[in-house]
Design a protein around this ligand. Structure first.
Ligand code: PBG
Ligand code: MG
Length: 321
């Protein structure tokens, strides 16, 4: 034998020397679920160990994340039922929960990068990401509202808007709207390769945002396809996306790799609620070691090509590194 492969795995020191993929706290984007009220902290039943917080406790949480080295948060709000409609009225309310949360975080931790979800589902009486007409999700009217919604987040102080809706043409429209209003420093993280996945179930519990009819297959990608994901990601970059995203993450490592090889912007991946829940459930049963499962999952996502990872395990991962 002239090549003994095991030499490079002999000891922890050698393994550390040759490790190609190393996670760091700045890799993580921490998603946060925000609710009305004060001093509210509610555990999400299908996401054990993860919570919805009122704005005051969200601010506390953000301070802790920042002190741990996490550099970015991704905000989602749970809209009160009586404020939901089919027009996204509350989504553009300058005093809405999202807008108030952005301001409170910006005041308390000005340096952290605030990213905001842009889609109508939490605000929609139909639980869909867009405006519904005759049982269909209409594209262009939705893009118009998403652009106003993005502007409203920028006005409140968001650093990045993150359109997760998958309507056609929304990146260009959002970019133009931001430009027209001189928000030259607000970025766009586009959910470009977002699949219609079963893995969003716990998230929809968290926000009470499950579709009231049908599914999201007319706008989110079919998991049988990778080519469309690449095409649509390249289009989003052309339209002005600063960061592109693949979502979910672990079932889509090939898509992350394919996109990373083709684009010249940072690629993020969203390790979604169902991926969190799977690890939590198996760990609770004693079938998997939770800590090892977390680090292996996140390292694999980065190895596939993700520059950034949105994950509910951000804090756990930083503690384990
Ligand atoms: N547009 C809404 C949105 N933004 C992020 C997620 C899912 C995140 C997760 O499951 O962790 C969803 C759900 C959906 O598309 O139905
Ligand atoms: Mg990085």
């Amino acid at each position: 034998m002239i090549r003994r492969n095991r030499i490079l795995r002999t000891s922890p020191a050698i393994r550390a020397m040759v490790a190609e993929t190393i996670l760091t706290p700045a890799d993580f984007i921490a998603p946060l679920f925000i609710v009305e009220g004060t001093n509210v902290k509610e555990e999400i039943s299908s996401m054990p160990g993860y919570f919805r917080h009122s704005v005051d406790l969200t601010v506390k949480e953000v301070k802790e994340l920042w002190s741990m080295g996490i550099r970015s948060v991704l905000l989602f709000i749970k809209c009160e039922d009586h404020l939901k409609d089919n027009k996204g009225t509350e989504a553009v309310n300058p005093d809405g929960l999202m807008q108030r949360a952005i301001k409170a975080i910006k005041d308390a931790v000005p340096e952290i990068v605030i990213m905001t979800d842009v889609a109508l589902d939490p605000y929609s009486s139909f639980g869909h990401d867009g405006i519904v007409e005759n049982g269909e999700i209409v594209n262009d009217a939705t893009v118009e509202v998403l652009s106003r919604m993005s502007l409203s987040h920028a006005e409140a102080g968001a650093d990045f808007v993150a359109p997760s809706d998958k309507m056609d043409g929304r990146i260009l429209s959002i970019r133009n709207t931001l430009e027209q209003h001189s928000f030259h420093k607000v970025g766009i993280m586009a959910y470009s390769a977002k699949y219609a996945s079963c893995l969003y179930g716990p998230f929809r519990d968290a926000l009470d945002s499950a579709p009231g009819f049908g599914d999201k297959k007319t706008y989110q990608l079919d998991y049988a396809n990778a080519t469309q994901a690449l095409k649509e990601t390249l289009m989003d970059v052309e339209e002005g996306a600063d960061i592109v995203m693949v979502k979910p993450a672990l079932y889509y490592l090939d898509v992350i790799k394919k996109i990373k090889d083709e684009v010249q912007v940072p690629v993020s991946a969203y390790h979604v609620s169902g991926e969190y829940a799977m690890i939590k459930a198996a760990a609770k049963m004693g079938w998997l070691n939770e800590e090892k499962a977390i680090i292996e999952a996140l390292t694999s996502i980065k190895r596939a090509g993700a520059d950034l990872i949105a994950t509910y395990f951000a804090k756990d991962a930083v503690r384990l590194l």
